[in-house]
Design a protein around this ligand. Structure first.
Ligand SMILES: Cc1cc2nc3c(=O)[nH]c(=O)nc-3n(C[C@H](O)[C@H](O)[C@H](O)COP(=O)(O)OP(=O)(O)OC[C@H]3O[C@@H](n4cnc5c(N)ncnc54)[C@H](O)[C@@H]3O)c2cc1C
Length: 468
């Protein structure tokens, strides 16, 4: 029989939970992880980051083969979509990754319980397996890492066929003729990109009068122009009030966000992507006196909940709902439990939109600096003037630095361009060390790379950009 007494029991096997488990193993804590899905990896590996990136990669190549290849002298017959194979390749990658996480549990001597975890009072967790068998665990510490789920849209019921959430949109059996995406956030635009590249007409309906809230407005405006050029249609400042499914598709009722006459929009498939909300259903929070806040988040102070010995990390607590943030939380919480110093700076959690081009940013936007009355300087560099971007015929976008007007300390870096997600890392390091734009501007960058645009933008803060 498996041991049932632990130093730490982690509930949830996503990036928060499994990284916490690895770190606990590394630090010699006797750890268990409880996951109800039957597979480790959480939302991210199973129905989030990884399958979406697999489809973004495949669909990007499909689109390139359909057009761009010919431009650079590679003539291929018109590519044919084998959606079944594309979905299989996606699932194979996901399976390999989730197996890898299981291996990491073994390597770090973490006991993996498959089942639903419920807190049964201080230091107690029950695990109910799919067959109803219950195991009782005792532990010094409980880490809640139960993640999040798609936020439902009133009046629009997800059936995962005609009306899907992100999970359904990752496994559509056919390319819809017209996909309506409700919500112009990161997930909606990424999955909209996948299906547009594979042949769907895509209309994005967004309540706000802009796309991607949280993104620097100048970047978002340029990004929207690029997506529109690619074929996306946007209905901003518009709300969806109801959806009716029928044999021929879905009929959506739309209204101006400010109020006004209703109109209808017909779709084959509707993707509801209006955000995610914390998931704590059935977790037994009441048994330790924890009440989630109005939006469902568990309040924490350095990952400590209001209940002694109960900690929480990842999407279920406040902060950016991102896998790498959950991973940082995971390391910090275990280090705190082990008596070390654990800390995460949420101001330095980068965001990435994995569309083409990508958008990546870290730190403050111009809007935030203006609102805070901070005096700042700007350095900008367009990819149009970057040699690598020109050679690759990928010149859309720019890099923008925001730095303190007096001290030159960098407050934010924003990149709109291919592989922006790979390039933002150097800005994160710079800012983690409290760096100035000049620190980066005087650091040698490899040529020819897109990263030279980052250096040139940093030079722009002091007005000595040399290549534009
Ligand atoms: C389509 C999509 C694309 C995304 N792309 C990105 C991306 O590119 N980059 C990025 O950083 N983030 C991305 N995200 C967000 C990312 O997936 C989440 O931020 C991340 O998974 C959060 O990690 P977590 O460990 O907090 O929770 P989760 O990954 O949600 O894991 C929680 C786990 O807990 C389990 N669980 C819940 N309750 C219980 C219980 N009581 N007992 C046992 N198990 C339980 C769940 O089954 C789940 O597996 C994406 C999300 C989606 C939906």
């Amino acid at each position: 029989m498996a041991d049932t007494n632990f130093d730490v029991v982690i509930i949830g096997g996503g990036p928060g939970g499994y990284n916490a488990a690895v770190r606990a193993g590394q630090l010699g804590l006797k750890a268990a992880i409880v996951e109800s899905r039957g597979v480790l990896g959480g939302t991210c590996l199973n129905v989030g980051c990884m399958p979406s990136k697999a489809l973004l990669h495949a669909s990007e190549l499909f689109e390139a083969a359909s057009g761009e290849f010919a431009h650079i002298g590679i003539e291929v017959p018109a590519p044919k979509l084998n959606l079944i194979q594309m979905m299989k390749a996606k699932q194979d990658s996901v399976n390999a990754l989730t197996k890898g996480v299981e291996f990491l549990m073994k390597k770090n001597k973490v006991t993996y319980f498959v089942g639903f975890g419920k807190i049964e009072g201080a230091g107690k967790v029950s695990v109910t397996a799919a067959d109803g068998k219950v195991e009782q665990l005792t532990t010094k510490h409980i880490v809640i890492a139960t993640g999040s789920e798609p936020t439902p849209l009133p009046g629009v019921t997800v059936d995962q066929k005609q009306i899907v959430d992100s999970t359904g949109a990752l496994s559509l059996p056919a390319v819809p003729k017209h996909l309506v995406v409700v919500g112009a956030g990161i997930i909606g635009l990424e999955l909209g990109s996948v299906w547009r590249r594979l042949g769907a007409k895509v209309t994005v309906v967004e309540f706000l009068d802009r796309i991607t809230p949280g993104m620097d407005t100048e970047v978002a405006t340029q990004f929207q122009k690029i997506l529109t050029k690619q074929g996306f249609a946007f209905k901003l400042g518009t709300k969806v009030t109801s959806a009716k499914t029928g044999k021929s598709g879905v009929s959506l009722t739309l209204e101006a966000a400010a109020g006004g006459n209703a109109e209808t929009l017909e779709a084959d498939v509707v993707l509801v992507a209006i955000g995610r909300r914390p998931f704590t259903a059935g977790l037994g929070l009441d048994t330790v006196g924890i009440t989630p806040d109005q939006r469902g988040f568990i309040a924490t102070d350095h990952f400590k909940t209001s209940a002694p010995g109960v900690w929480a990390i990842g999407d279920v607590i406040h902060g950016p709902m991102l896998a790498h943030k959950a991973e940082e939380d995971a390391v910090a919480v275990i280090e705190l439990i082990a008596g070390k110093a654990g800390h995460v700076d949420y101001d330095l959690v980068p965001s990435v939109v994995y569309t083409f081009p990508e958008v990546a940013w870290v730190g403050k936007t111009e809007d935030q600096l203006k609102a805070a009355g901070v005096q700042y300087k700007t350095g900008k560099f367009p990819f149009m003037a970057n040699s690598r971007a020109k050679i690759n015929h990928e010149t859309d976008g720019f890099v923008k630095f925001l730095a303190d007007a007096k001290t030159d300390k960098v407050y934010g870096v924003h990149i709109l361009g291919p592989q922006a997600g790979e390039m933002i890392g150097e800005a994160c390091v710079l800012m983690a060390f409290g760096g100035a734009s000049e620190d980066l501007a005087r650091t040698c960058h490899p040529h020819p790379t897109r990263s030279e645009a980052v250096k040139q933008a940093a030079m722009g803060v002091e007005g000595w950009t040399m290549q534009a």
